[in-house]
Design a protein around this ligand. Structure first.
Ligand code: F6R
Ligand code: MG
Ligand code: MG
Length: 383
């Protein structure tokens, strides 16, 4: 039976309420109305509009395959409609992620983030959408590794014959725009060598060894596309669960420990990723700490049965508490690394200007560390 369904999540920040902390209801309604029209016209089978912090997530199902021009255009128009509302309310950064004035064929590379996958709908199809704010695409590297390759996280890798063969990771080099496919467990150490550097290498997709898609994530880095600071990329990831894939609980388990990601204030700080319910996805303290939400759906003939808000569970209270402690600890470093990100990773900084201003104050040092002249000259003080 051919029952192919495409699960597309397209997201963008088109205006924050207040500052960069949350999304205003009127923006969600505007986006919802555009998608409702597309559903009435038969383009979308189903959809759900939601948010994480100041980012709007359009969760859509349809029969048109990945990278469909019409679906991407509809998403673009939904964000344009939301931008109109953001402008009317003078929300912060209205329209910021729409990098172009007009849609041109494929929304990838135009600002919004995309995670989509096409698959044969199983007898029971469980899908989880992870949405993050105040971090970037590489944030999924660690949890995807744990879900699909770490037997201390995913019991099924050891216990279940359906998972025992392992998984296949598609890794993107976001700087050089190259892609490599690595198998686990065979090539686990090679894989970790790359994805342990998440600002450069991001896991774009995971497949099982039969070639069935298990996970897809957004991988774009806005600053690399735009060539200037345009906010953080605030990524999305879609993961299929159960049966030949890890169980829902195995997929959520990596987030029970608040690992450190890049992002947070001004996109320039390392901080803990705090798992929260959607109603708590309003980063405030130091514009954070970074948040992640998980919405679960059963897909029935393309229809979305859900969402279930999966981090809305006291079992994640301890992760939230630990995230707050880690936030306290890191914050006390102030402008010092490793709280502040390494120089080359900082999105916008006063460094070039300071370097220029102080250029002729730098003195050349000899090989042995000595200066030809004393570095500081001044009056000698008499006793
Ligand atoms: C981080 C983020 C915020 C802003 C910060 C300053 O991704 O969006 O932390 O960087 O609020 O914003 P501007 O420079 O727009 O005043
Ligand atoms: Mg923002
Ligand atoms: Mg955001």
């Amino acid at each position: 039976m051919n029952n192919q369904v495409t699960f597309s999540v397209i997201k963008a920040d088109v205006g924050g309420w207040v500052g960069h902390s949350a999304t205003h209801q009127r923006l969600l309604e505007a986006a919802h109305n555009r998608l409702a029209q597309a559903q009435t016209e038969g383009v979308l089978v189903d959809f759900h509009v939601t948010y994480c912090g100041d980012d709007i997530f359009l969760i859509m199902t349809h029969r048109r395959g990945d990278n469909d021009e019409l679906v991407h255009r509809i998403a673009w128009e939904a964000f344009e409609a939301a931008t109109q509302e953001a402008k009317a309310l003078k929300l912060y950064g209205a329209g910021q992620d729409l990098l172009s004035d007009a849609f041109s064929g494929n929304i990838r590379g135009m600002g919004p983030g995309v995670a989509e996958m096409t698959f044969e709908e199983r007898r029971s199809e469980t899908v989880i959408v992870f949405m993050a704010d105040k971090t970037s695409a590489g944030a999924w590297n660690l949890p995807l590794f744990k879900m699909f390759a770490d037997p201390f996280n995913t019991a099924g890798l050891v216990i279940s014959p359906a998972l025992h063969e392992g998984f296949r990771f598609e890794v993107l080099d976001v700087r050089e725009n190259k892609l490599i496919v690595l198998d686990t467990p065979e090539e686990m150490y090679d894989l970790l060598m790359f994805i342990g550097a998440p600002s450069r290498f991001t896991v774009r997709a995971v497949y099982n060894k039969k070639g069935e898609i298990a996970a897809a994530s957004s991988t774009q880095r806005l600053a690399l596309i735009a060539g200037r600071y345009v906010g953080k990329d605030d990524p999305v990831c879609v993961v299929r669960a159960q049966s030949q894939f890890p169980a829902v609980g195995e997929i959520l388990e990596p987030f029970a420990w608040p690992f450190v990601v890049e992002g947070w204030m001004r996109g320039s700080h390392n901080g803990p990723l705090m798992p929260v319910a959607v109603h708590q996805a309003h980063p405030s303290r130091f514009d954070g700490p970074p948040r992640v939400c998980a919405l679960g759906f059963q897909v029935a003939e393309g229809h979305l049965v859900g969402p279930r808000d999966l981090f809305d569970d006291p079992a994640f209270d301890e992760a939230r508490r630990q995230a707050t402690l880690i936030a306290d600890y890191l914050r006390r470093h102030g402008p010092f690394e490793p709280h502040r990100m390494p120089m080359e990773e900082m999105e916008y900084t006063t460094m070039p200007g300071i370097m220029r201003r102080l250029a002729d104050r730098w003195q050349v040092v000899e090989g042995d560390g000595h200066l030809a002249q004393p570095a500081v000259t001044g009056e000698t003080v008499d006793d």
